[in-house]
Design a protein around this ligand. Structure first.
Ligand code: GLP
Length: 241
C-alpha cells in the first residue's frame, strides 16, 4: 500500500485529481469508479479546473459510482446521482449515458448484481476512488460485510446514519438502506485510490494500514489488493505506528 501524506483535504484534492486525470491522459476510454461524501469534493473541484486548463477530453470516459441511497429518486437533492451531476458531471464534457450510479429504486439483489455485470461488460474499473467511513466502511459496506460481496441492498448502521445526517434536514430523513457495490466489486478494480482526512478517520486509517484483515473493519480488505494508494492528512494518520 502506498501512503501519500498531505497537509489537508484541499491538498488531497490536488494530488488525487492528478492521479485520476493521469489515468485519462493514458487512456481516453478509461473506466473510473467514483465516490461521494465530503472527502472527494476538493478532488472534483480540482478535476473541473484542470480539465478546463488542460483541455482534457472526457467524451469517451465511463464512470461507475459506488453507491446510492435506497428509496431516493435520481433527482432528489441528497441522492448520490444528484451529487455527482452537481459536483462533477455537469462541469465536464462526459456523456451522461456513460455515467452509472446504482439506482436507488431497485427492490431486489438480483437487480442490484446486474451492476457488476455492467462493470465487467466495460472490462472492469481501471481506477476506483474511495472515501472512508468513520467505522471503516468503504462504499456502504458496513462492519461485518462479506469480503466476497457484490453489489447489493445493504442496511446502514446507526453511526453511518448519524454521520450522514448532516446532509439532511433531520436524522429521520436519512434512508436506512442503500445499494452499494460490494467489497468484491471494489477489489476487482485494477487500482484503488482512497482519501481520508481529519481526526475522525484516524482509527479507520490505522485498521486500513496496519490490519488485521477483519470483517470488523471492512477497509482492511484492501490490504489484499495489489495496487492501493491512500492519501491522508496528519490528523487521519495520527494513530499510525
Ligand atoms: C458515505 C459514503 C462513502 C463515503 C463515506 C465517508 O457514507 N457512502 O462512500 O466514503 O460516507 O464520507 P465523508 O467523505 O463525508 O467523510
Amino acid at each position: 500500500m502506498k501512503i501519500i501524506k498531505v497537509m489537508n483535504n484541499g491538498e488531497a484534492g490536488k494530488v488525487v485529481s492528478d492521479l485520476i486525470l493521469d489515468e485519462i491522459k493514458n487512456n481516453s476510454k478509461a473506466v473510473l469508479g467514483l465516490a461521494t461524501g465530503s472527502s472527494p469534493i476538493t478532488t472534483y473541484e480540482n478535476i473541473i479546473k484542470k480539465t478546463k486548463d488542460q483541455s482534457i477530453d472526457w467524451s469517451e470516459v465511463t464512470t461507475f459510482n459506488l453507491d446510492e441511497y435506497k428509496g431516493l429518486e435520481s433527482d432528489h437533492e441528497q441522492s448520490y446521482r444528484y451529487f455527482m451531476n452537481d459536483k462533477l458531471f455537469n462541469h465536464i464534457n462526459i456523456k451522461k449515458v456513460n455515467t452509472f450510479v446504482p439506482s436507488g429504486m431497485i427492490d431486489s439483489n438480483e437487480e442490484a448484481v446486474k451492476y457488476d455485470q455492467l462493470i465487467s461488460d466495460h472490462n472492469g474499473i481501471d481506477l476506483q476512488l474511495l472515501g472512508l467511513g468513520i467505522n471503516g466502511h468503504v462504499g456502504f459496506n458496513e462492519p461485518g460485510s462479506d469480503f466476497e460481496g457484490l453489489t447489493s441492498i445493504v442496511d446502514l448502521t446507526k453511526s453511518t446514519i448519524e454521520a450522514n445526517s448532516r446532509f439532511f434536514e433531520k436524522e429521520s430523513d436519512v434512508p436506512t438502506q442503500a445499494i452499494s457495490m460490494g467489497l468484491k466489486s471494489i477489489m476487482n478494480a485494477k487500482k484503488i485510490v482512497l482519501i481520508a482526512t481529519g481526526e475522525s478517520k484516524a482509527l479507520a486509517v490505522k485498521n486500513l494500514v496496519e490490519g488485521p484483515i477483519s470483517k470488523e473493519w471492512p477497509c482492511s480488505a484492501l490490504l489484499n489488493h495489489p495496487n492501493v494508494t491512500i492519501v491522508i492528512d496528519q490528523e487521519a494518520g495520527k494513530l499510525l505506528k
